[in-house]
Ligand binder design. Structure first.
Ligand code: PNS
Length: 163
């Protein structure tokens, strides 16, 4: 596979998509013609979920409705296999802080070992989202906190139904 790419894959659990994720997608759109947002059915992290994988896909689609350059896909199995299937050898991941680095570095190295054509690039989200994670959003919302600054209105609406 040629490693020059007009598209990029942004994989994750997205349970739910946060404004930090949206920021990474918007930044990716400045660099690539197309962004495949890839929602993993199962994550390497053992996390208690809030939304089903299908619901997560729908929420991301709602957040980017009208943006044809964002395509949301659900995947099972290895990310590198999806990358080959989509003819997209570039993976993008957000790096919020140094604490993200070790896990991200391991994943990038493993993916590159599995398929040498696959490269991972990292994007820093806007500083105002550097503390934000889906896990914290779920926890704060479950305990009655206001998460309206951290997720889009459509996500917020769906969260209040699911909690
Ligand atoms: O948002 P997350 O939970 O940090 O995303 C992790 C994700 C989904 C990108 C990672 O778990 C993944 O790539 N899963 C797919 C299975 C896979 O390829 N595992 C090997 C990773 S080196």
């Amino acid at each position: 596979m040629n490693t020059t790419s007009k598209s990029v894959i942004y994989p994750g659990s997205f349970d739910p998509i946060t404004k930090g994720h949206e920021n990474v997608i918007e930044r990716s759109l400045d660099l690539f013609e197309k962004v495949f947002v890839a929602v993993a059915k199962a994550s390497s992290h053992d996390k208690k979920g809030l939304f089903s994988p299908e619901e997560r896909v729908d929420l991301i689609r709602e957040c980017f409705s009208g943006q044809e350059r964002v395509q949301v896909v659900l995947f099972d199995g290895l990310l590198v296999d999806l990358a080959m299937e989509l003819h997209t050898p570039v993976i993008i991941r957000g790096l919020r802080a140094v604490s993200d680095f070790e896990y991200e570095f391991q994943m990038a190295q493993m993916n590159h070992q599995l398929r040498t054509e696959i490269e991972t690039i990292f994007l820093a989200p806007d500083q105002k989202y550097s503390f934000l994670s889906s896990t914290l959003v779920r926890e704060v919302a479950a305990l009655g906190g206001d998460v309206s600054d951290f997720v889009s209105p459509s996500v917020l609406k769906k969260m209040s139904k699911n909690l």
